[in-house]
Design a protein around this ligand. Sequence first.
Ligand code: SF4
Length: 376
Amino acid sequence: MGAKGLKYVAVDAGKAKARVGADKKAYTALCKKLSKEYLAGPQPMQNGTSTSVPMAQVLYTFPYKNRVEGQSPDAETLDGARIIESFEERGGGMHNCMTGCIVKCSNVVHDAEGNYKTSALEFETITLLGANCAIQSWEDVADLDRLCDEVGLDTIETGAALAVYMDSGGMEFGDAEGAKRILREIAEGTELGKMIGNGALATGKKRGHHRIPTVRGQSIPAWDPRPLKATGVTYLTSAQGADHTAGLVVNPGMEFADMPEASQNSQMINAIVDASGFCMFLMVNAEQVREFYSAYFDEEFSRERFYDMGWQILEDEWEFNKRAGWRREDDVMPKCMEDDKIGPQEVCFDVPHDVVQKAYEKVGSKDSFWETGAVG
Ligand code: SF4
């Protein structure tokens, strides 16, 4: 697609009606119940992901300067709370990025003159284009986010590539204007622009740099596999490589022995949520999705049948990778995740390969799976 200049494919639903369940009454009742319960609860996503910065900082998963540290000295000026504060004077606010969504976790960001700047400015973008590049201000990150949208770039991959370039001496850490100039060069197709546009791995190889934080060619997102080792197990065993949306596990200090099951459960529920059309930020669990399936198709989906459907998704994805040439020996973290220790406890990714490989072994339908909520 990229080689042909194709950026995206849009399908116009036209006058197509919203989906209704085969058991319309039961399906509608479930929709109402879920909405009511969510709106009556704490609504954890009401300010969006950008306000996760303080929590990430505490957990040492707010990487700084190409991940040589797990905390940033700029957490205060990068915190999404500053974005929320800007709404009053500048306008913008929280909205739903899909019609009908009750979560409304997507922000609309305005500039100092009150003009639209970008949407949505997420935690991952603030981390990779901000903290990881030592760029201090959320407003500069908003400019970079907008440029990524215009050029058609992923903000995680682009932020990681810029940080590798900075770390290898190509430019100073914290040079926000330089970073914006490079993003424009990607659109212009200069040599530098092509290198950064091809991502962190391509940039690291071309620069001959030793610190390239990627798994299977994909840049590691904000959630760091050193304090969050079970998330690292996901990065190594999910078909997508270093993808936090494939199965995030925010449980620092977990024992090695518990990691494969935690990662597998999270990979399963996220695959199920993706396949069913829920947004993961509604944070439903497998039991809730199972109930929706039963009403939608008007047939009973037993726990065993539903679990097996979820497992089939993972197996199909692994098979795809196998046919694409990936091998189990490729399930390795980049050396910098083992060498660069972070935080007072000097954590690194040290989960043994045989423990990681257990994530491929079917655990089966257990309570721990049914209680796991989608998260990303
Ligand atoms: S919950 Fe999902 S669909 Fe709703 S606003 Fe957030 S990202 Fe968009």
